[in-house]
Ligand binder design. Structure first.
Ligand SMILES: CC(C)(COP(=O)(O)OP(=O)(O)OC[C@H]1O[C@@H](n2cnc3c(N)ncnc32)[C@H](O)[C@@H]1OP(=O)(O)O)[C@@H](O)C(=O)NCCC(=O)NCCS
Length: 165
């Protein structure tokens, strides 16, 4: 199947697609929720990567600013019916197309290994991520919704951190 990744949507389709992304992401226990305003801004700034398989919405991810020249590869999600296609692979490549430093936090060790192999991410510590992001990595997670979401995942897994320079 052909996977494509875009950062632009036509005016006619953008509202329906953003609504679908927001609804499915908010319902997923694996993602820290982002508001619709955050998604609108990311799309306008070319930082929301949206993957399609044969014209159908298949997945998404964000390039999220943390500090000057530093971004988080975050909010990555592949809709269950499109997993193993490989949608995430295409999204991750598209996100890091813009030269910068990238931070990743994941509860899937295999994800970090994949990104190390595929893109050159190196495993790092939370302390290093905090230094590189000038603390923004943490303050970004202080909203009640974000704390609730991260708290649930911390009960079952341990976060791992990656850095791509
Ligand atoms: C994790 C997720 C994005 C993978 O999407 P996908 O499109 O199926 O991934 P791909 O087929 O492109 O596979 C890329 C790599 O991801 C890893 N991977 C895929 N599915 C995985 C899963 N369920 N759990 C952990 N790692 C997984 C593998 O390392 C894989 O590479 P490999 O097969 O060469 O080892 C998808 O399962 C998902 O949306 N999960 C819920 C949201 C989530 O956890 N997002 C945070 C990711 S950091």
């Amino acid at each position: 199947m052909a996977v494509t990744a875009d950062t632009e949507l036509s005016a006619g389709e953008s509202d329906a697609i953003l609504r679908a992304i927001h609804a499915e992401s908010t319902a997923s226990a694996d993602l820290t929720p982002r508001s619709r305003e955050v998604l609108d801004r990311a799309l306008a700034e070319g930082r929301l990567v949206i993957a399609f398989v044969n014209g159908q919405l298949a997945g998404w991810g964000l390039r999220e600013p943390l500090a000057p020249g530093v971004f988080e590869l975050g909010y990555t999600y592949t809709r269950p019916e499109f997993r193993r296609e490989p949608v995430f692979r295409v999204i991750a490549h598209k996100i890091v197309e813009t030269p910068a430093t990238y931070v990743l936090a994941t509860y899937h060790p295999s994800m970090l290994e994949f990104l190390a192999r595929e893109l050159g991410f190196m495993e790092t510590s939370l302390a290093r991520v905090l230094i590189v992001s000038r603390g923004r990595f943490l303050t970004k997670r202080l909203s009640r919704e974000a704390r609730r979401s991260v708290g649930k995942r911390l009960r079952t897994g341990r976060p791992r951190y990656g850095l791509l320079k």
